[in-house]
Design a binder for this molecule. Structure first.
Ligand code: GDP
Length: 458
């Protein structure tokens, strides 16, 4: 828990200057005083008001703009909030921030501190905080849709209602223990508790197992793999240029895996260029191959690139091996260098591969067929990410849901053995797990990790 709750914090909440407008927010018990010092009065709540912003120390006019006043508790942080909208020049912002810094009881906010206060004041549960972090970081429309639903309580509200139902079941179980001397009460209460736990466990288990929410944050993982010289790097670079994408080297040696982040039809796709999955004696190459296998293994879709001019033989054997290394991934064959094959011969190529394989013919060099393959990947991504926003967006959330289900199952089996005390204990553990999901209990260690991702002013 932050020990500085009494501090009033301020920060630039809008983007990097220079910009047309800058938004500076102040939150805390002295926000109203600060606002009065800066603009001479506190405006009506929740109404944009014209303001002359002055440095209280010198009385000098800094800028003209708008002021907004959101008194506690109905503000984003749950505290008094003042907001100044001024011109977004560097010197204007610097002057306003410097003036605020000189006021008593005010200090600059740390990264994520506004959101942290909102969380601590019960304005947002932890799943909503995570949704907010994802919303600010969202690159694609699909990511945005999922994040905004989480911010609005898609998982949080569901989890809260599960928690309420669990508490009712727990109360019944405890009643059964408390009144164990009496005739019918305990049996009835126990039966009712069990009746509630069954469907609850099912619902939560289903939620914990469903969806690909985490993947939507990271992107569909597409690995470009295949034997050396098949044209993997050429194809990768072609995709990078075509999509004006960000290429970042995967940490490690020069023969490492490169990552390319694409937005295909609103869906995030991460393309991995591997060094070729193949047994080799060269130690550097071998390290590259090890990483490549790892990457292909973790991929959702493997694009296995082969050279059209050297098809057959060993190549077919390698395909089998590679498919075995990535059993969970979709596996497409990309026959590259199709420009080296006479047009009349091209239709025959596909028939050389097993019928169940998806085969794309293209040339990374001339770009023939590249668009068609990229469109196919986009369609694959669309099918991969269900249209509905996923209930679970993070591994942390899934973990707590699983924990809840395990505790509920343990409670059920304890109840069947007639061990009421044990059952009640498991129900308490289940309630606690949901509490952790929502950030109500035992979360100090995860808070720093979650809020670290936020920028200052958020
Ligand atoms: P990698 O080892 O799989 O990454 O293969 P590279 O991308 O380095 O390509 C190996 C060689 O094949 C290079 O000389 C490329 O210029 C050439 N190459 C790549 N793609 C094509 C293509 O579509 N057509 C032709 N004719 N040559 C290609």
């Amino acid at each position: 828990m932050s020990t500085s709750d009494r501090d009033t914090i301020f920060a630039l909440s809008s983007g990097r200057p220079p910009a047309a407008i800058a938004v500076i927010r102040i939150s805390g018990p002295r926000a109203g005083v600060a606002l009065a010092q800066m603009i001479g009065r506190v405006p009506q709540p929740r109404r944009a008001t014209f303001a002359r912003v002055r440095d209280p120390a010198t009385g000098e006019l800094v800028d003209e703009g708008l002021a907004l006043w959101f008194p506690a508790p109905n503000s984003e942080t749950g505290e008094d909030i003042a907001e100044l909208q001024v011109h977004g020049g560097r010197a204007v912002i610097a002057a306003v921030l410097a003036a605020l810094g000189k006021l008593e009881g005010l200090r600059h906010a740390e990264a994520g501190e506004f959101t942290r206060r909102a969380f601590e004041n019960g304005r947002l549960d932890l799943t909503a905080v995570e949704g907010l972090a994802d919303l600010v970081a969202a690159d694609t429309q699909a990511q945005r849709r999922q994040a905004v639903e989480h911010l609005r309580g898609l998982l949080g509200e569901r989890a809260e209602s599960w928690r309420q139902r669990l508490i009712e079941a727990l109360a019944l179980a405890e009643a059964s223990i408390d009144f164990s001397d009496e005739e019918d009460v305990p049996k009835q209460a126990m039966a009712q508790a069990l009746e509630r736990i069954g469907p609850l466990a099912e619902e939560i288990a289903q939620a914990a197992g469903a969806g690909r929410g985490e993947r939507l944050r990271e992107g569909l993982r597409v690995a470009i793999a295949g034997p050396p010289n098949a044209g993997k790097s050429t194809l990768f670079n072609r995709l990078a240029r075509r999509e004006a994408a960000i290429v970042s080297p995967f940490p490690g040696t020069t023969r490492d895996v490169l990552e390319l982040h694409l937005d295909l039809a609103g869906y995030p796709v991460t393309v991995l260029d591997t060094a070729g999955i193949r047994e080799t004696v060269d130690p550097i190459e071998r390290e590259g191959v090890r990483r490549a296998s790892e990457q292909a293994g973790g991929a959702d879709l493997v694009l296995w690139v082969v050279d059209a001019s050297v098809l057959g033989g060993e190549g077919m054997h390698e395909i089998k091996q590679a498919r075995a290394a990535a059993p969970d991934a979709a596996f497409w064959i990309v026959v590259n260098k199709i420009d080296l094959i006479a047009e009349a011969e091209r239709p025959k190529i596909e028939s050389q591969f097993a019928r169940e394989l998806t085969v794309h013919l293209l040339s990374g060099l001339t770009t023939l067929g590249v668009d068609e393959m990229v469109n196919a990947v986009a369609r694959y991504a669309e099918g991969f990410f269900t249209a509905e926003p996923a209930l679970v967006a993070r591994e942390r959330q899934r973990g707590h849901l699983r924990e809840t289900v395990l505790a509920l199952r343990a409670a059920q089996s304890a109840a069947r053995d007639g061990r009421e005390e044990i059952m009640a204990e498991h129900l308490r553990l289940a309630t606690r797990a949901l509490g952790k999901l929502l950030g109500r209990v035992d979360v100090e260690d995860v808070l720093d990790v979650i809020f670290r991702d936020f920028c200052i002013g958020k």
